[in-house]
Write a protein that binds this ligand. Structure first.
Ligand code: PMP
Length: 291
């Protein structure tokens, strides 16, 4: 299937306060964000005509901006409303939504004090991040050579564009080697997360997941932890070393795009798609669809 470029589609995009034709949502080449990564974004999904945890995503967008030292010039309620306008104007009952906020072209240099803050929200249909067959077998992850930086080296609590540079490099290396994604360690050598999703493991009926102290504490991650607790599963958040994967029985990723995705392999380690993974995947699917 030919790719449809994201700048050449029908529909409308919310751009600095109004819905405008999709192809008109343009920015200048000297925008600060393009040169210095002064941009933050969200990824959210609608199921059955409702954007799942919209308020939490909007709150995170505003926090991400504050961490990058800028204020979004709207209220959270206005951004929530704008996301729903994009959903309705584009007829997206099930879709993916991408709010983004960035610094404009008023200044060109490291300092960006006087730049104007822009906000746009686009939405499009997005069935599944990984194919249904892969979701049954479990996806395969390589081990990335890039490490997540520590909180004193990067604004790790922000969903900031710049943090994705090493994610793209990791994912490209994984895809070149025939894997679907990559697992990244952190600056201490502990297991961190995949390139756009959090990671969980199962050992002896208990669920282990890394403490999110240098990577995004995903909204899906927190949702799945609640679902696991509701089923009576024990959740252990702790530092996990890569060698421990040898003994883990199951592994899955969580994320707005990935939902709950079983992992069959990470580098030399293999996992079964077991009952706990399948139960949480089903529980998550029911929850997001409001069933
Ligand atoms: N980590 C990274 C690097 C991500 O890009 C995402 C997706 N936003 C996640 C984790 C999962 O976050 P969420 O569950 O909030 O989508």
């Amino acid at each position: 299937m030919a790719l449809i470029p994201f700048d050449d589609r029908d529909g409308t995009i919310w751009f600095n306060g109004e819905l405008i034709p999709w192809r008109d949502a343009q920015i200048h080449v000297l925008s600060h964000a393009l040169h210095y990564a002064s941009a933050v974004f969200e990824g959210q999904r609608a199921y059955n005509d409702s954007i799942f945890k919209l308020e939490e995503h909007t709150e995170r967008l505003f926090n991400s901006a504050r961490i990058l030292d800028f204020e979004i010039p709207y209220t959270e309620a206005e951004i929530n409303e704008a996301c729903n306008q994009v959903k309705d104007a584009n007829g997206l009952t099930d879709g993916y939504f991408r709010p983004v906020a960035w610094r404009g072209p008023e200044m060109m240099g490291v300092s960006a004090q006087e730049t104007k803050i822009h906000v746009a929200i686009a939405g499009w249909e997005w069935p599944s991040y990984f194919s249904p067959e892969l979701r049954e077998k479990g996806i395969r992850l390589s081990m990335s050579e890039w490490r997540r930086p520590g909180p004193d080296s990067a604004p790790t609590k922000s969903k900031a564009a710049g943090l994705y540079m090493i994610c793209t490099l990791s994912k490209h290396a994984a895809e070149r080697d025939g894997y679907e994604d990559a697992l990244m360690l952190d600056y201490r050598g502990q297991v961190a997360e995949a390139t756009g999703a959090n990671v969980f493991f199962v050992l002896d009926g208990k669920i282990h997941t890394p403490t999110p102290d240098c990577f995004l504490d995903g909204i899906t991650r927190r949702t799945v932890i609640d679902l696991a607790k509701a089923r009576g599963y024990e959740i252990i958040e702790r530092a996990i070393m890569p060698e421990e994967m040898e003994g883990f029985e199951q592994c899955f990723l969580t994320g707005t795009a990935a939902e709950v995705t079983a992992v069959g392999e990470i580098g030399p380690y293999s996992f079964e798609v077991g009952e706990i993974t399948r139960n949480l995947r089903d529980d998550y699917e029911k929850l997001v669809r409001g069933e």
